[in-house]
Design a protein around this ligand. Structure first.
Ligand SMILES: *[C@@H]1O[C@H](CO)[C@@H](O)[C@H](O)[C@H]1NC(C)=O
Ligand SMILES: *[C@@H]1O[C@H](CO)[C@@H](O)[C@H](O)[C@H]1NC(C)=O
Ligand SMILES: [Zn+2]
Length: 464
């Protein structure tokens, strides 16, 4: 019973994400579900992890235990290690659940055969011994996470300002550079580009949307967003890369790109994005002031379709806290209001990382919509386009069945409520070598392949 509850807590984190439906999968997802779902989510929340992380500050000799909601200072990951752990036996999962409960580890992602596990510095020896005693196979993928964080993002080289903006695709930029770039485009290409502020974040930062359109009446509309999850830095970079390709090259694009009203929202979670730059590189949620010490709502559990179901937590201290109600957060409420104000939607694309997946609804459970074959066919062509563009393999499938069920996601809402035909969540690179901390030199190859996939979806949306 205790184990089952803990397992659900772990699964609620969205961390362990077994691939479903394969007879060859060592741990069947059905088995996991059977363990997980006789229980009430509320009951799990009561005993879910409390909000503490071990951090080490420069100059400190001791590892301090600090509240998650740090009032000042930065979270450091000196000595934290990323391990790829084999989960070929159910006992291995049980072990991970226990270690997570004891706050020795946290989970980043994985599939039915391996889980990416972040081991806290003071727990490295303990976990190593437990794995040895229990014959749990693992590889150390990152020896010192802080080192990778320090090297991930080179300083932006200051150029003279003749281009009128500071954005590059050689580094991950702060919000002002991204917003400055959107404003620059609207000024430079007034017949093609316009910027709208669709709302403000919890802390009052603008949520900006760039519309790219030739203004033809009868154009269909496509939505592309990034940065719902703060730490997934490759996502906003990918969206701005795509914008740049379209805007600077629009005459040579096919009709499906030219005669489309594009709405790009590169950073839907501006507070979280900035926080992941300035305080905690691994921050995921928005910065809503929560109950007690725990802050942040998972914006991708806060959308208003089947809100609050499987894979979403009612505990504000968890990474998948869905908020106090559907669209309780200003960031998601702004998106809802804006999208409802426009007709002719055909597609909704949300970029996330990591894992290399092209996922379509439904996410809320292991079920698919009636037209799933259309979604599957386009996803397959998109994955093929990625390979043709020289990219790696992307797994395609319905979100709930391919990963673990997760309710309140943006793509489910786009499909289920707004009736957009082609709704996808694309999990960009990588497959767990760097995970969320993907070095900036991967921005261009990753964004290039995402562009190839997006063009395939645009073609389908154009004909829909
Ligand atoms: C932890 O990492 C930071 C950033 O690299 C560094 O400045 C600091 O000296 C490190 N602390 C220790 C105790 O190694
Ligand atoms: C799980 O991910 C690892 C890479 O992290 C990969 O080698 C393995 O093939 C994947 N397994 C499945 C079933 O997709
Ligand atoms: Zn995400």
């Amino acid at each position: 019973m205790k184990f089952a509850l803990c397992l659900l807590a772990l699964l609620n984190l969205g961390a362990l994400r077994p691939v479903g439906g394969r007879a060859s999968a060592p741990i069947s997802t059905a088995a996991l579900e059977e363990l997980a779902y006789p229980f009430d989510v509320e009951a799990v929340s009561a005993e879910a992890q409390q909000p503490q992380v071990r951090v080490q500050r420069p100059g400190d000799n001791e590892v301090a235990l600090v509240e998650e909601d740090l009032p000042q200072g930065r979270v450091y990951y000196n000595g934290s290690q990323l391990w790829k752990v084999l989960v070929d036996k159910r006992e291995n999962i049980e072990l991970l659940v226990t270690l997570r409960e004891d706050k020795d580890i946290s989970m980043w992602g994985g599939n039915s055969t391996t889980v990416d596990v972040l081991v806290k510095p003071n727990s490295v020896e303990k976990v190593r011994k437990i794995f040895k005693d229990n014959k749990v196979g693992f590889d150390i993928v990152i020896e010192d996470l802080q080192k990778v964080i320090d090297e991930e993002n080179p300083a932006v080289i200051e150029l003279d300002d003749r281009r009128g903006h500071r954005l590059t695709w050689q580094a991950y930029h702060r919000l002002t550079d991204i917003h400055g770039y959107l404003d620059y485009l609207a000024e430079t290409y007034p017949d093609l580009c316009s910027v709208q502020t669709i709302g403000q974040s919890v802390l009052g930062k603008d949520i900006k949307v760039l519309k790219v359109s030739n203004g033809k009446p009868g154009n269909k509309a496509m939505w592309v967003d990034g940065g719902i999850h703060a730490r997934e830095w490759i996502s906003p970079s990918t969206v701005t890369y795509i914008i740049n390709q379209f805007v600077t090259n629009i005459e040579s694009e096919p009709a499906s790109i030219q005669n489309m009203d594009w709405y790009f929202a590169p950073v839907l979670n501006p507070d979280g994005y900035e926080y992941s730059h300035t305080v905690d590189r691994l921050w995921r949620k928005n910065r809503a002031r929560g109950v007690g010490q725990c802050s942040g709502t998972d914006l991708n559990r806060n959308f208003g379709y089947r809100w609050g179901g499987k894979g979403s937590s009612k505990n504000p201290c968890t990474e998948t806290y869905g908020g106090s109600g559907p669209f309780s957060e200003p960031e998601t409420a702004s998106v809802e209001r804006f999208i409802r104000s426009i007709q002719n939607w055909k597609a909704y694309i949300s970029f996330h990382s990591y894992g290399q997946y092209i996922l379509y609804p439904w996410g809320y459970d292991r079920v698919v919509p009636p037209d799933y074959k259309d979604l599957e066919a386009v996803a397959r062509r998109a994955a093929q386009a990625i390979r043709t563009a020289g990219g790696p393999s992307y797994t395609i499938g319905p979100a709930g069945g391919t990963l673990y069920p997760a309710s309140g996601g943006s793509d489910d809402w786009a499909k289920g409520v707004m009736k957009m035909k082609y709704a996808y969540t694309i999990e960009l690179r990588d497959s767990g070598r760097f995970g969320f901390v993907l070095p900036a030199n991967y921005i261009q190859p990753t964004a290039r392949e995402a562009l190839a996939a997006l063009k395939v979806i645009a073609e389908a949306a154009y004909l829909a």
